[in-house]
Ligand binder design. Structure first.
Ligand code: ZN
Length: 359
């Protein structure tokens, strides 16, 4: 395997580092029409964070709905077209929120300089030009979106990322204080995204020492958070989970995700299920593929008494199941890694159907 990975250019970490955001972005305000576009998860619309944004006169704040489904290509195109028509090209985009808000910011940065619809750029290295300056500020830990070179988008026919070197953030600000008020269920589901990234990246054909070094550390931190102090969301655990998320992202960057992500993409595509909980629904049924990881996951679920939806498939229509299989089956890079290059000889659409029907 050969990878040549573009890292996040600058990373600020620590309690209170969000207060430095104004200072951090100041040198990047002199391009385009000189304004910054803050994309903020609308979860914060009545929260104090909005008053803490380092806004200057011409800046714009766009509250983005991230509570339901994953970001859509149409949403990116609409925001881009609206700002270009009314305010012109921003100097930069600052994404503040969970994985969806950060992926929206990454995708928008690219789409401000690349013409046409974002649909045509879904895939690897299809983007033609570098985007504008973009920074990410996670407010929930686990997605790894702060470090990844992918902006995952749902389009008319597929759920697939805009993936290239230019997707990667120019700046991230990791302030564990921002995650202190995350509600309990998202805290668990999204943290498990990190846990599953590590299990999948470290189990499969592409695993390697680089990926394992970050993965082992991230798994240790997840265990301390989810199997340690029963209260879970302590300031110390907020710090651990934020670093685990970043390390988990690095672990998978040098390897690949596997069976859980392939299936959960299908589930999210058809039902709009959010990534974290979709992964939990799927992973709960994957003991055949990841026995130790699934056993430990179940232990964490029990320890924190978290509800993982089950028995969903009884309400699914056959065509919905077939669509999920279509979406999952097309993620060849994940199956290649998880099952092997001969994966099409070793699993079939029936295998996937049987797994979906367990959910
Ligand atoms: Zn994930």
């Amino acid at each position: 395997m050969f990878k040549n990975f573009k890292s996040v250019t600058k990373c600020a970490y620590g309690r209170g580092s969000f207060a430095k955001l104004g200072e951090i972005i100041a040198p990047h305000r002199n391009t385009g029409e000189g304004y910054m576009l803050f994309l903020v998860d609308d979860y914060f619309q009545d929260k104090p964070l909005l008053q803490q944004l380092p806004l200057e006169a011409n800046d714009a704040v766009e509250l983005v709905y991230c509570g339901g489904e994953e970001p859509k290509t149409s949403q990116i195109d609409e925001i881009r077209d609206r700002y270009l028509a009314t305010k012109g090209l921003p100097a930069g985009v600052i994404g503040i929120g969970g994985g969806s808000a950060m992926d929206l910011a990454k995708a928008l940065s690219l789409m401000f300089t690349n013409e046409g619809s974002s649909v045509q750029y879904q895939g690897l290295n299809l983007v033609k030009k570098a985007g504008i300056y973009h920074a990410g500020v996670p407010t929930i830990s686990g997605t790894g979106a702060e470090v990844s070179m992918t902006a995952v988008l749902t389009g008319p026919t597929k759920k697939l990322g805009l993936k290239c070197d230019w997707t990667v953030f120019d700046q991230i600000v990791l302030d564990p204080e921002l995650t202190a008020s995350v509600p309990r269920n998202p805290w668990f589901y999204t943290g498990m995204d990190c846990y599953i990234h590590c299990i999948e990246s470290m189990t499969g054909r592409l695993k390697n020492t680089f990926s394992e070094a970050y993965g082992y550390k991230a798994l240790d931190l997840c265990r301390e958070v989810y199997l340690g102090d029963k209260s879970g969301q302590t300031p110390e655990n907020d710090e651990k989970l934020m670093v685990a998320s970043y390390f988990g992202g690095l672990s998978l960057t040098y390897s690949e995700v596997g069976v859980c992500h392939a299936l959960s993409y299908g589930l999210s595509y058809v039902f709009g299920t959010r990534h974290g909980i979709a992964n939990c629904i799927v992973f709960n049924q994957l003991a055949d593929y990841y026995p130790e990881g699934v056993a430990e996951f179940k232990e964490m679920v029990r320890y924190h008494d978290i509800f993982i939806p089950q028995h969903l498939s009884k309400d699914w229509k056959p065509e919905e199941v077939e669509k999920m299989i279509d979406i999952s089956w097309a993620l060849t890079h994940m199956w290649n890694h998880a099952i092997g290059e001969d994966w099409q000889q070793r699993i079939s659409r029936d295998t996937l159907r049987e797994l979906f029907m367990r959910m």
